[in-house]
Design a protein around this ligand. Structure first.
Ligand code: SF4
Length: 308
């Protein structure tokens, strides 16, 4: 199929969410106000292009605080940190700027509240993800990680009447509902957050892709491999029966994927810059680009006090 006959269906919303915008702006402002180097614990957001760009401008990304010199400025990433990391930064006298997304911070607050009333916390999420490590750290002795419906049968709690669940913010909405339902079957007294922990941006990007994936021969999701919400978009398209690939940028597109393809669905995870989507459209050079918007996002988060 020549590109001149192809259509790109563009999912909207896509790309940066308010939490990612804020986290990037925090590093940019810190560099502008304090000069480099500014240390950032972990990737500020899970995107290789964002990280490389900030590195070029003086940000130094480290895995742990022991790589940060005493007295230096360190930014905590959008995914949040455990209380142990905050204490360590205090003890070391580091100047902390916290880029934790307010919607991740909300989950931490819930974890403290649920643990404080004596519940076991059933945290639905992916093992090893930085956000999960941070949330687990709020009540490590009282939290059990649940990754799948299959895990639910194995969960052991001291008192089945004192259980609460929380979720990672970037999960698949439909799969998570299945896990919560299985937990509720097993623990009828299960309590949860007053509003969903899966954030508005994750939900909207999944809804937007759901609306077009069935009409597409192929779905391309712009995002990095360690981006949870981008990976969930790829899985969602595949569950709807459409072949889908995660690409860091246009250079990852393999010509063989496009063979016989008339309609390409295009979206991007919440940590992927909008410019990369434009590059993909330029690369595909389709006859038509049709944007399908399911909702308009107006969420903005303020910068932390030291940078306002
Ligand atoms: S994906 Fe959601 S939780 Fe994560 S930074 Fe964006 S708004 Fe915050």
């Amino acid at each position: 199929m020549p590109s001149q006959q192809r259509t790109v269906l563009l999912a909207a919303p896509r790309s940066f969410c308010a939490g990612v915008d804020r986290a990037i702006e925090i590093v940019e402002q810190a560099l502008a106000l304090r000069g480099g180097p500014i240390y950032v614990r972990k990737q500020i957001v899970h995107n290789t292009h964002v990280v490389a760009d900030l590195e070029d401008r003086g940000a130094v990304f480290v895995d742990e605080l022991d790589a940060v010199p005493d007295g230096a400025t360190v930014v905590f990433s959008a995914h949040g940190v455990s209380p142990a990391v905050r204490s360590e930064a205090d003890r070391r006298g580091l100047a902390v700027i916290d880029a934790t997304c307010p919607l991740v911070a909300k989950v931490h607050t819930e974890a403290r509240r649920f643990a404080g009333r004596g519940d076991t916390l059933l945290l639905i999420g992916h093992s090893g993800h930085e956000e999960v490590e941070g949330t687990l750290g709020e009540a490590p002795g009282q939290t059990v990680l649940v990754e799948s419906v299959e895990d639910v049968a194995e969960v052991e709690v001291p008192n089945p009447k004192r259980v609460s669940y929380l979720t990672q913010t970037t999960l698949a909405v439909d799969e998570t509902a299945g896990i919560v339902a299985a937990l509720r079957d097993r623990f009828p007294a299960l309590r949860g957050p007053s509003s969903e922990d899966i954030c508005y941006a994750t939900t909207n990007r999944q809804d937007a892709l759901s609306a077009i994936a069935g009409e597409c021969d192929l779905v391309l999701v712009v995002g990095s491999a360690n981006s949870s919400n981008s990976q969930r978009l790829v899985e969602l398209a595949r569950r709807q029966g459409t072949p889908a690939h995660l690409i860091d940028d246009a250079g990852d597109i393999q010509p063989a994927w496009l063979s016989g393809v008339a309609t390409i669905g295009l979206t991007a995870g919440a940590s992927a810059p909008p410019g990369l989507v434009e590059d993909v459209i330029d690369h595909l050079a389709p006859a038509t680009v049709v944007e399908h918007e399911v909702t308009r996002e107006k969420v903005r988060f303020e910068l932390p006090a030291p940078l306002r």
